[in-house]
Design a protein around this ligand. Structure first.
Ligand code: NAP
Length: 230
């Protein structure tokens, strides 16, 4: 089929779960494509993209391949979060199984800038191990990534959460800060200063949403333990 812009339109599956995937769905629909976005179903009340939305796992690469065939998709676009590795691997396998072309639109990681004091580590475990005794570390991590730090009873942790935890956190010494990350580096810097933070711990997710804290750490010359994806 030809779009108004003269390009070829088709039926596209977007593997989503990111703001970028949501924006992409809108753009492709505006171009005349038939778009389905797939979400894992981790968020209770997700912001939904335009177009058709399906929610839940496919049952591995074979399940995804079967879905692509049954629904007759012409293309698949992987716009998932860069740390969501299994679904991206499944997408590569499903594309090979079906011949459906796969395009990867993964967010580029943040690059170290002059003034950044990053220590790059390959895993959460390595991040926990690298903190010096007595550190007052700000954990800018989702709640599912915190447990590995509990054993560091020689450190203090500042933990930011959007919603309060369902059960008390098991850290020997911690402070809970409720609220969303700010997009304003000044506000992030004020928060880090107010709590006497000595180290920022975060994942290299890329994108603009979480970058204010990185700028704040640069301004404060604060060491950052940066967990990289491979
Ligand atoms: P993952 O570890 O790569 O995937 C685990 C399983 O969840 C996959 O094997 C697949 O199940 C299912 N799944 C994941 N993404 C899916 C999608 N878009 N549509 C349908 N099924 C999906 O993924 P994850 O790290 O748990 O992330 C899950 C979702 O949250 C992704 O869509 C991602 O974009 C979004 N997200 C992740 C992060 C993060 O830090 N990991 C942050 C923000 C948003 P089956 O094998 O059964 O198909």
């Amino acid at each position: 089929m030809r779009s108004e812009q003269g390009g070829t339109t088709g039926k596209i599956l977007i593997l989503g779960g990111t703001a970028e995937a949501r924006a992409l769905a809108g753009e492709l629909i505006a171009d005349g494509h038939e778009v389905t976005t797939s979400l894992a179903g981790r968020t209770i009340d997700p912001v939904l993209p335009q177009g058709t939305v399906r929610i839940g796992g496919f049952g591995g690469a074979e399940g995804l391949a079967a879905y692509l065939r049954e629904e007759g998709f012409d293309r698949m676009i992987d716009a998932t979060h860069p740390f969501a590795r299994r679904i991206s691997e499944n997408a590569i396998k499903a594309a090979a199984l079906t011949g459906v072309p796969l395009e990867q639109r993964l967010r580029p990681r943040w690059q170290k800038q002059p003034g950044d004091r990053w220590k790059s580590v390959p895993s959460l475990e390595a991040a926990a191990a690298t903190l010096p005794s007595g550190a007052n570390a700000f954990l800018a991590l989702g709640r599912q990534y915190l447990d590995v730090f509990i054993s560091r009873s020689d450190c203090r942790f500042i933990i930011r959460m959007v919603d309060p935890p369902e059960a008390p956190l098991a850290f020997a010494d911690h402070l809970l800060v409720l609220g969303k990350p700010s997009s304003d580096p000044d506000r992030e810097a004020d928060l880090l200063t107010a709590h006497g933070v000595t180290h920022l711990v975060c994942r290299n997710s890329g994108g603009p949403a979480g970058y204010a804290k990185i700028i704040a750490a640069r301004r404060l010359a604060l060491p950052v333990v940066m967990i990289e994806r491979d």
